[in-house]
Structures are given as structure tokens and as C-alpha cells.
Design a protein around this ligand. Structure first.
Ligand code: ZN
Length: 771
């Protein structure tokens, strides 16, 4: 039996990479210093995995920004607009990758960034490859070879990890009509061959190909491309041993295809899909030579592995095909796990004993192998006993189970999930009450969290700043933001959320049932990391969470102040969720807590309340046959959260990076009065779904991309809104940025929002409305 790991967090234990990247972008460190930091992280990770006893250690799982972007660079899939940087500026890596991910606006260049989207059903974002008909590829960047050589030189038993060519194509976007991106496989494969040749020359043995698209619904033609591709790889490189990694779901309908591929090992995500083991380990499979990688340790969550349960799965596999064809592994790359539980000094020890982060998961993988092999040492027996005891303590802990929550859950009625009247009636009442102009302007909620603001919070947390002093600073900052919005004539104001660390953490900290880590960071995109709360027990709201800040902000102005909340699905989706009850139950508990908050905001005189649900779509199961069940409970949770208010109170929601085509009916069923969405990067393409569906409620399509420091012009935004107007009636449209402005600087934010307000005014003038 062998152990391996599919990927390790690349951010470094103390978010080292984030800090280095940002220092580099700000010109504070030089390229060689950034490279040195990267090398230190790689070596540290490899050593850690070796020390844990992992037999085969991944390399090329490191990335300065994103592994899909790295695959674009490897294969020369560099959109034409960046070519002038290569030709004229001789830009090289990592700068070219940064330019592709973040856009490039220096020295007179103005090049927009590539699109970004969610990596399957995770909260990690990847850079979306761009493909054109007949596109040619070239072996442009040999990072994978360098990192393999580096690992080998340093004495590690390294296994290069590549995003498989088929998933790479499937994850990309066709930038023109009239071709199928999978047809590009013929042009793409030779580039993979070049990489494999160099890896082969450098002595690589196992190659891990990540093909997570095998967890999706695929057509027969798409499956055929997998077959052709891996046959071609085998023919060309008979000695390279391919580990094919699928994760996040079963192989499902793709299983027969996967079983026919000439690979050394098939990896199975047995956390998401334990039942597939029976489908795979048939008598026929036992006769084959394929090895199986049992992904029994959850790479997506923070709970300690249940050793007894994992051992029963491993034993089942041993019985069918014997030990020698088995690998033990995490379910997927540990990219989605925080680094190391040892850094958590403040966690309640009762909760801490239930947890395992990336480093601890490696130990679990190795321990499971030793237990499965029948090692009988004292230390090992002790580990097993400790694991069993932790599991028992979780089942009975009074920290987890709350009787009042249980009763309230049982008492929910259909009326609780419905507004008093349909939107057509609410709309009239809201227009009469609010009297907002056409093309009303607003922002998504957060304003820049400057270094200063963050330093106040840090000092306050360290008790270097009293509650009063901290609040006074936040109040002053809030007032400044309010005055400035009044000054530029924004229609619906926000208070800026300076008091909030993160849109989920802020609520979790005030809800019962949530625990927080000091250092449990995971990468979200590029240098951005998030620290998801851990939902360990029944959720309820002990007291109001946002009423004081929203009320204060509203008291400063005669304009409308939007109350800002995070929705139940997003809080669920962006947290580590308990695995001892169905997700929908946890979600409904959160919905009841948010409902209480919405009602309290209304009572405090807030007329417009936004409940952000950016994560609704990413919660979709990967296979379509499971969608409706999820959507039913997710939409219901939003409605429970939002339906406790009067018709006049306007409920907004916000979503980012969503494609709506396939779920538009469910988005409509959420029945928010106004929805703001991410549209600018796709040039309003996303709006088509709303137009085709004749979406009845109001919409704010984002008019500029906040993920780039680029300041767009008023004309550009008017042009985007003209596109929106062409498909959505003007009286349904709002004008707003794509997303919150928390990560931006004030200077660019101010410039962009002034342009935006002027764009709205120009639009009004064009239809003859003045305000
Ligand atoms: Zn957003």
C-alpha cells in the first residue's frame, strides 16, 4: 500500500505567499525575493509531507496565483491582447501571469484581465482559459519541469501534478462561435507531450493528471476525447505511470470510460461518494491491473477523519483487490484546507479535538495506511483510540445540540417562506414609498478596508485599543463614507462595513454554533485568502448583529441607507459545515437567524435591506440530476430569511460570478425585489438569461469590474448599460459596480464611482428624466 497527496496549500503557513505577492505588486520587493519566498514555501511543504511519511509528494501544485492560469502559461494559451507585453516589454513570468489575472494598466497599456470563475463547487476561483477556433498552442512555460527538477534535486519523491488536457479545455471559454473547444485537443496534446517528454527525461515516474471534469455530466463525444487522449499519452509514453485524479463527485456515468483508460491508478473521492467503491471493485475490475487511490481523508472540510469508517472502506478494497493495488490519499488536493491546526491556540479545546487541518490530514493518511496494514505498535493503537474518543465526544457534546433551535425548526410553516404580496404589488408600494430615480445608483456594500482600518481592528483585538476608541474611529470612517456618497449624489447609500472583517466571519462571530480560527486561511483567488468559520453546532442569533451600525449610518443622512446582511446559503457555503447533519438543516437554522435580523433592521427604520447570496450557484451539486433538490432548500432558506418584512421594505440580493441560464427560474423564485449581479467582465452577456426569462423583478447589472484596479470611464459604463437596456426595460435597471469594494483603494474607488454616478445621470438625461 502506498500513500500520496494530491496537492498541498500553496499560501504558506502564515499567508506568506499572499504577503509576498502583494509586496511585489506594490514594488516593495524585487522579483528574486518573490521567487525566494516561493521556493521556501515549496521546500517547506515537501519536507512536511516527507516528514509525515507520505510516499509520493505532489509538485507543480504550487502556484503564484492559480494552477489553471499556470496551465494557460504552460500551453501558451495566452490571449492575443497580452502578446504586445511579451513582444514590446519582454514581460516574463510571473509578471505575465499576473497581468493575465489582474489586467495591465501601466506605461500606456490598458489590457483587461481574463475572467475568473469558481473551481467546481468550491470557493476557490480559477482564471478561465480563452479559446478560439483553430487555436495553436506551444510549450511556453516549463514550470512543471522546473519544479519537478527542483524537488528531485532536493531529494523528494516527487510526483508532478498537471491539470489534465481534457479538463483544461472543458474549463475554458470559447471566445468565438463556430467551433468546439474540445477539437483543440489535437493542437494541445503535442504541448503536453513536450512537457511529459521533459519530465520523462528528468526521471519522472508517476504523473498525476487532475481531470475533475469527470465528476460532471459529460456527453458521449466528450468521454471519447478522454479515451483518445489517454490512449495517445500511453502510446507515446509507455513508461510514465498516470494517476488519474477525479474528485468532488463520483465518476458516475463516466465510470466505464474511466475504467477503460490505460492509466496506472484511478483516484476516487470517497468522502463525497463512498458508494462508488462498490461500483468499481467488481470481479472484472479485480482481474485488471489498475491501482486505486482511496480518497478517504476529507480535503474539503476540517473534521477529523473517522478512522473506523475509513478503515472499513479500505478493508473492503483490500478484500476485493488486495493491498498492493491500493493507495491511501486525501479526497482531493488539500488546497481547500487550512494549513496547520497547531497554530490555533484560542480554539475551545473541546472543539479543537474534533478537527484536522492539512498537516494533520497527512498524518491521518499515513496512520490509516499503517492501521490498514495491521501495524500493532502501542503508539498506533493510541492514535486509533484517541480518534474513536474524539468521535464519541462529538456525538454527545452539549456544545452542539440545542433544544430551542430544534423546536423552532419543527414549527416553520409555508407562510414563513413567502412575502405578503407578489412583486407586482410590492413594486408599486415600494416606488411610492422610496421615490428613487430611474437607473438608481448604489454600491454592493463594502468600501475599501484600508491599512488604517485594518490596523485599528488588529489593535482592538490585541486590546491596545478600547472598545470606545475603536468604535469612535469606525464611526468617523463611516460618517466620512456617508458624506462622500452624499457629495457625489449616490442614490442608495451603504455604511461601508468598516466594522466587518469578512462577510461571513462577521456574522458567524455573532451567531451561536460557530467557531473561529486564528489562522485557518484558505486561498480564494490569487492573493486573496479567506478564513471560513467552522459551524460545529446548532445555529441561532443571541442578539441583533448589524442594527446598531446600520441605524447609526441611517441617522447621519436623509438618503436611504441599505442594511447589509449575508444570506443563509452563502454563510453555509463559505463556512466549514458540520458533517453530522444534512447541509439543508444547518442552512435553515441560519435562515431563521437572518430572518430575526431582517425584522429588527426594518423595526429600526431601514427601508432597503440587502441579503447577499453570491454563493447560491456554487452550491449547486456537480451533477444536474441533483440540482433541483439543492435549489429547493436553498431558495426556501433565502425566502425564510427575507420574508418577515412588509411589502414596502425593499429586499435586495447580490450574486457574483454567476451564470444564471440554467437556474434563472430558481433565482426568480427567491423573489428578491432587486438583484445585483456580476456582469461587466462578460460584457453584460450574463443578462441574456434574465432577458430571455423575462425576469420580472429589478436588476442591477455590474457596470465595472472591481477585481481589477482599472478605472473605467463614464462612456464605457454608459455603453454597458445601453447593452443592458436593449434587453431589460429601463424601469427595472439599477446602476452599480460588480461587487463590494473592500479590496480596492479609495482613490480608484472614488474615481470609478464618480464616473458611475455620472453614467447614470447621462442615462437618465437620454430618456429625458431629470432628478
Ligand atoms: Zn459580489
Amino acid at each position: 500500500m502506498q500513500t500520496h497527496n494530491l496537492g498541498y496549500p500553496r499560501i504558506g503557513n502564515q499567508r506568506t505567499l499572499k504577503k509576498a505577492n502583494e509586496a511585489y505588486w506594490a514594488g516593495k520587493i524585487k522579483a528574486h525575493e518573490l521567487q525566494q519566498t516561493a521556493r521556501t514555501i515549496r521546500l517547506f511543504n515537501w519536507q512536511l509531507q516527507k516528514d509525515a511519511g507520505i510516499d509520493w509528494i505532489p509538485c507543480n501544485d504550487f502556484s503564484f496565483y492559480d494552477h489553471v492560469l499556470d496551465t494557460c502559461l504552460m500551453t501558451g494559451a495566452i490571449p492575443e491582447r497580452f502578446h504586445e507585453l511579451i513582444v514590446n516589454k519582454q514581460i516574463t513570468n510571473p509578471d505575465l501571469g499576473f497581468a493575465m489575472a489582474r489586467g495591465f494598466q501601466e506605461d500606456g497599456y490598458d489590457i483587461t484581465a481574463m475572467e475568473m470563475t469558481k473551481w467546481f463547487d468550491t470557493n476557490y476561483h480559477y482564471i478561465v482559459p480563452e479559446f478560439k477556433a483553430g487555436q495553436q498552442f506551444s510549450f511556453f512555460h516549463n514550470k512543471v519541469v522546473n519544479e519537478f527538477a527542483e524537488a528531485k534535486r532536493e531529494g523528494f519523491n516527487a510526483k508532478p501534478v498537471l491539470l489534465g488536457p481534457v479538463s483544461f479545455l472543458l474549463l475554458g471559454k470559447e471566445k468565438e462561435d463556430g467551433f468546439n473547444k474540445l477539437d483543440l485537443i489535437h493542437n494541445l496534446l503535442p504541448v503536453y507531450f513536450e512537457a511529459l517528454q521533459q519530465l520523462d527525461d528528468n526521471g519522472a515516474y508517476f504523473i498525476q493528471f487532475d481531470e475533475p471534469c469527470l465528476s460532471l455530466n459529460l456527453s458521449q463525444a466528450e468521454r471519447a476525447v478522454f479515451t483518445k487522449t489517454y490512449n495517445a499519452i500511453k502510446t507515446r509514453f509507455p513508461n510514465l505511470q498516470v494517476i488519474l485524479a477525479n474528485y468532488f463527485e463520483c465518476y458516475g456515468d463516466n465510470l466505464q470510460t474511466a475504467l477503460q483508460l490505460p492509466v496506472h491508478t484511478l483516484h476516487l473521492d470517497l468522502v463525497r461518494c463512498p458508494l462508488q467503491l462498490d461500483d468499481i471493485l467488481t470481479a472484472e475490475f479485480a482481474k485488471s491491473k489498475i491501482h486505486v487511490s482511496l480518497g478517504v481523508v476529507d480535503g474539503r472540510n476540517v473534521w477529523k477523519n473517522d478512522f473506523e469508517q475509513s478503515l472499513s472502506l479500505i478493508q473492503k478494497a483490500i478484500n476485493k483487490i488486495g493491498k498492493d493495488r491500493l493507495w491511501i490519499a486525501p479526497s482531493c488536493s488539500l488546497l481547500h484546507s487550512p494549513c496547520d491546526l497547531h497554530f490555533e491556540q484560542k480554539l475551545n479545546p473541546e472543539i479543537k479535538q474534533w478537527l484536522a487541518f492539512a498537516k494533520q490530514k497527512l498524518d491521518e493518511v499515513v496512520t490509516l495506511k499503517q492501521l490498514a496494514e495491521g501495524d500493532k505498535t502501542e503508539a498506533l493503537h493510541h492514535k486509533l483510540q484517541e480518534n474513536i474518543n474524539a468521535g464519541k465526544s462529538r456525538k454527545t457534546s452539549t456544545l452542539i445540540h440545542n433544544e430551542e433551535v430544534r423546536q423552532r425548526m419543527a414549527a416553520i410553516t409555508e407562510a414563513d417562506a413567502k412575502r405578503n404580496n407578489p412583486f407586482s404589488i410590492r413594486k408599486e408600494k415600494q416606488h411610492a414609498a422610496l421615490r428613487l430615480p430611474l437607473f438608481a445608483t448604489t454600491t454592493i456594500g463594502s468600501f475599501p478596508q484600508t491599512k488604517e482600518v485594518r490596523s485599528w481592528r488588529a489593535k482592538w483585538k490585541k486590546k491596545e485599543l478600547s472598545d470606545d476608541a475603536y468604535n469612535a474611529l469606525l464611526k468617523a470612517e463611516t460618517e466620512k463614507a456617508v458624506r462622500w456618497q452624499e457629495e457625489i449624489d449616490m442614490d442608495v447609500l451603504v455604511h461601508g462595513e468598516f466594522e466587518r472583517n469578512d462577510m461571513v466571519e462577521y456574522f458567524g462571530e455573532q451567531l451561536a454554533g460557530f467557531a473561529f480560527t486564528e489562522n485557518g486561511w484558505v486561498q480564494s483567488y490569487g492573493s486573496r485568502c479567506v478564513k471560513p468559520p467552522i459551524i460545529y453546532g446548532d445555529v441561532y442569533r443571541p442578539k441583533p448583529m448589524t442594527v446598531e451600525w446600520s441605524g447609526y449610518a441611517q441617522s447621519l443622512t436623509k438618503k436611504y441607507m441599505k442594511g447589509m446582511l449575508t444570506g443563509p446559503v452563502t454563510i453555509l457555503q463559505w463556512s466549514f459545515v458540520r458533517n453530522d447533519q444534512p447541509r439543508r438543516e444547518t442552512c435553515t437554522q441560519i435562515a431563521l437567524a437572518i430572518r430575526d435580523e431582517v425584522k429588527d433592521l426594518e423595526k429600526a427604520g431601514i427601508k432597503i435591506i440587502q441579503i447577499d447570496e453570491p454563493a447560491i450557484r456554487e452550491g449547486l451539486p456537480l451533477r444536474k440530476e441533483n440540482w433541483q433538490q439543492y435549489l429547493d432548500w436553498a431558495v426556501r432558506a433565502f425566502r425564510i430569511a427575507s420574508s418577515g418584512v412588509s411589502d414596502e421594505t425593499q429586499i435586495h440580493t447580490h450574486m457574483c460570478y454567476s451564470e444564471f441560464n440554467d437556474i434563472i427560474e430558481n433565482i426568480a423564485a427567491m423573489d428578491a425585489d432587486v438583484i445585483t449581479i456580476e456582469t461587466s467582465r462578460s460584457q453584460m452577456e450574463l443578462l441574456n438569461a434574465f432577458a430571455d426569462f423575462k425576469y420580472p423583478n429589478e436588476i442591477g447589472p455590474g457596470v465595472y469590474d472591481i477585481h481589477s484596479p482599472r478605472v473605467p470611464s463614464k462612456e464605457e459604463m454608459v455603453l454597458l448599460m445601453e447593452k443592458a437596456k436593449a434587453v431589460i426595460p429601463s424601469d427595472q435597471l439599477w446602476v452599480n459596480p460588480d461587487c463590494g469594494l473592500k479590496t480596492r483603494g479609495w482613490e480608484e474607488t472614488k474615481s470609478a464611482l464618480i464616473e458611475m454616478v455620472n453614467a447614470a445621470k447621462a442615462l437618465r438625461a437620454a430618456v429625458g428624466e431629470t432628478v
